[in-house]
Design a binder for this molecule. Structure first.
Ligand code: HEM
Ligand code: HEM
Length: 194
């Protein structure tokens, strides 16, 4: 039973990412129900872009924090194959999130629409308007979104299995709560610090 926890910024950034990914995906499902060219559909897409830019900030903060001061914990005891599978899953999720952060703004720019942030400012376009390219990028962006949801579902199921089946405290270390009872510092324990 592991007693270490991730530090607060890691927790906040993990759960903020989860909330933003689910909200961004839901907004994209919602506008499919709205008539093409209608004001509500445009508003939903503009909200998706504003929250998407926020998602990029959160992801950048998360990657920076993880690479510098963020606490890293050793994997729980268990078969090496499971440890490797968890590591591969986390790596794949990070790579796919980065792919969304790149394809989203390219999608918007190729569509010829503004990269606005809640009406506060607008970033310059990253590409010239190109409808055919926008369609291709949109397909890639949508496909990656689906893959993220499937992988995140498996990842969440694994976290719940740790909690309810193996009862090894892995889910608790990504949840807010008291500091470790024994006050033990949570330090990198694996040789490569991952
Ligand atoms: C993990 C984060 C994100 C998720 C889950 C997500 C999800 C989606 C989905 C499911 C679609 C619909 C794709 C389709 O039609 O097949 C979409 C479209 C789009 N997304 Fe995202 N997205 C994310 C991040 C972003 C970011 C960061 C931006 C830009 C800042 C962005 C901008 C767009 C744009 C411009 C469209 C196309 C809207 C249109 O049809 O005109 N997305 N997104
Ligand atoms: C969009 C959804 C999600 C994404 C993109 C995501 C992404 C990630 C990533 C990339 C890590 C690796 C952290 C690191 O080592 O830097 C992680 C860790 C973790 N996530 Fe998620 N996650 C999501 C949803 C969830 C959900 C719903 C749960 C709980 C039911 C969860 C529980 C955990 C736990 C417990 C860890 C720590 C695992 C460990 O210490 O080995 N995640 N998540």
């Amino acid at each position: 039973m592991t007693q270490e926890r991730y530090d607060r910024p890691t927790l906040v950034l993990h759960w903020l990412t989860v909330a933003l990914v689910l909200t961004l995906w839901s907004i994209a499902q919602l506008w499919d129900w709205l008539p093409r060219g209608s004001a509500p559909r445009h508003a939903a897409q503009a909200l998706h872009v504003s929250l998407g830019l926020l998602f990029i900030l959160v992801l950048a903060a998360r990657l920076t924090w993880r690479a510098t001061a963020g606490r890293r914990l050793a994997p729980p005891p268990g078969p090496r194959s499971l440890v490797l599978a968890a590591r591969a899953m986390h790596g794949a999720l990070y790579l796919l999130l980065i792919a969304m952060a790149i394809s989203g703004p390219l999608n918007r720019s190729a569509g010829g629409d503004p990269l606005g942030f809640f009406g506060l400012f607008t970033l310059p376009p990253l590409l010239a308007k190109n409808k055919a390219l926008a369609e291709t990028i949109n397909d890639v962006h949508g496909t990656i979104a689906t893959i993220i949801l499937i992988l995140a579902g498996l990842h969440a199921a694994a976290a719940l299995a740790h909690h309810y089946l193996w009862r090894d405290g892995v889910l608790a270390r990504m949840l807010p709560g008291r500091a470790p009872r024994d006050g033990a510092a949570a330090v990198p324990l694996s040789p490569d610090g991952s």
